[in-house]
Design a protein around this ligand. Structure first.
Ligand code: ATP
Length: 218
């Protein structure tokens, strides 16, 4: 296989945790990805107000990925003014990288259920493949009708040798952690070691992120 395969993992990463890392590693190994790019959102249009600023979330991703082979950070959304739309990011990457490499958008099952609410989501498959995995207890069954139809039309057992256009599923061991639960733990003054990289926990403490008054999203 000579076509380069680049995984894209978007998220608020507020904060980044071991579930994100496990997803990226599982995708890298299962789909033979050459790299996975973590793309922290700038202004998230879906999640309302995020707690840490874009630069802080970007830095926490940088600290977590330091020394991880094949996992890199992509700052473009965090540095973009206005709302972050995945379709714009993929179009920009496609313009930069050209038609040859395969782009593979990675999604947990919660986001797959959510996909029909995304801005211009029908255009995503023209730019990238979609690769989805089950997130803890969020089943890959009972998907919204437009997603079932997408799977019927474009679902494949394995990634084809193409730059875009297929939907595949891959498995990962369940990692029961969410940024929401972590923010609540941090707000209670707990140090969730094992769920967040030690350098990120130090960064959170130093910058006093996710304290009792900041941990809740509006
Ligand atoms: P929040 O709790 O604030 O909504 P989150 O933990 O869901 O945040 P995001 O940054 O929204 O994190 O997630 C980015 C991507 O990572 C999504 O595709 C999501 O499905 C996936 N993901 C997050 N946590 C896990 C996990 N524990 N296991 C597998 N995938 C995950």
């Amino acid at each position: 296989m000579t076509r380069k395969r680049i995984g894209i993992l978007g998220g608020t990463f507020d904060p980044i945790h071991v579930g994100h890392l496990a997803l990226a590693r599982a995708a890298r190994d299962a789909l033979a990805l050459d790299e996975v790019r973590f793309v922290p959102t700038g202004q998230s249009w879906q999640k309302g107000q995020v707690v840490a600023g874009a630069a802080q979330r970007l830095e926490m991703v940088r600290l977590t990925l330091a020394g991880e082979p094949g996992l890199v950070v992509d700052a473009r959304e965090a540095q973009r003014d206005g709302p972050s739309y995945t379709v714009d990011t993929l179009a920009e990457l496609r313009r930069e990288l050209g038609p040859e490499p395969a782009l593979v958008l990675l999604l947990g099952s919660d986001q797959l259920h959510n996909l029909p609410t995304w801005h211009r989501w029908q255009e995503l498959l023209g730019l990238a493949h979609l690769a989805c995995t089950q997130r803890e207890r969020v089943s890959l069954a009972n998907l919204p009708a437009p997603i079932e139809a997408l799977l019927q039309a474009h679902g494949r057992q394995t990634l084809p040798d193409a730059a875009a256009g297929a939907v595949v599923l891959f498995s990962m061991p369940p990692v029961p952690v969410s940024a929401t639960a972590l923010r609540a733990q941090l707000a209670r003054g707990e140090r969730p070691s094992g769920l967040v990289a030690p350098a990120v926990l130090d960064y959170i403490e130093f910058n006093q992120l996710y304290g009792p008054t900041q941990a809740r999203r509006t």
